[in-house]
Design a binder for this molecule. Structure first.
Ligand code: ADP
Length: 213
């Protein structure tokens, strides 16, 4: 039995955050936000937020902290019943903002946020990005072996523009220099569960559930 209702899922690019985040959110009936997918959607729509984010995503850089925090806070203010954030926080400033979240969203000050940290060796991540595909219809992540999305059946499976070798290396570097130090700070105040992201979708999902019990 998993007690928690508030989670942040972190991991390097292609570690399986999206897949595992969605699975856990579905299993526990939590609202789910992938900041990366939301930013890509806002860019497609040409919204004000999308326009502010575009240049950063085009260069494989993290968006500025204030933009990421604005996105997350506005989403959190609409769901207090339990949530999972995929890809937030990614920096020290964002980590501090998350730790102050209970005050900002007006919920209980002892809101027990738990962090799930997925680890995968860089060589495996490099292999994964070359075969990763994203469903344009529902946003699910799959691999190039599939002709249609295993989740919604759509045939619109596309390689992400930022999954080039160069794009991936840049994002991995940001993860190491900005997100790993943020994890250290989170560890001082929140429960951080480190789980290996190696293995099948179901194996990793099981490993996450065991850590959370
Ligand atoms: P990945 O983990 O492979 O980079 P995501 O879909 O999680 O993929 O994120 C895509 C991009 O969106 C990131 O490289 C970054 O530019 C931007 N992004 C997402 N979340 C954040 C965040 N919390 N802070 C800053 N930038 C973010």
């Amino acid at each position: 039995m998993i007690e928690g209702r508030y989670f942040a899922m972190l991991g390097p690019p292609a570690s399986g955050k999206g897949t595992q985040g969605r699975l856990l959110a579905e299993r526990l009936g939590l609202a789910y936000l992938s900041t990366g997918s939301r930013l890509r959607r806002e860019i497609e729509k040409g919204s004000d937020l999308g326009l502010r984010a575009k240049t950063y995503l085009d260069c494989n850089q993290y968006v500025p902290d204030d933009l990421a925090i604005e996105l997350v806070h506005s989403w959190l203010s609409r769901c207090s019943e339990g949530w999972l954030l995929d890809g937030f926080p990614r920096s020290l400033v964002q980590a501090r903002a998350l730790m102050e979240t209970p005050i900002i969203v007006g919920t209980s000050s002892d809101l027990p946020i738990q962090v799930i940290h997925l680890t995968v060796p860089a060589a495996e991540l490099r292999k994964r990005v070359t075969t990763r595909r994203e469903c344009s219809n529902c946003g699910a992540t799959t691999t190039s072996d599939h002709q249609v999305c295993p989740k919604c059946g759509s045939a619109e499976l596309i390689a992400r523009a930022d999954d080039s070798t160069e794009g991936f290396e840049k994002r991995l570097q940001s993860y190491q220099s900005l997100t790993l130090p943020a994890l250290k700070v989170l560890q001082e105040s929140l429960a951080v569960h480190t789980v290996s992201g190696l293995g099948s979708r179901d194996e990793v999902s099981l490993a996450i559930q065991e850590k959370l019990r």
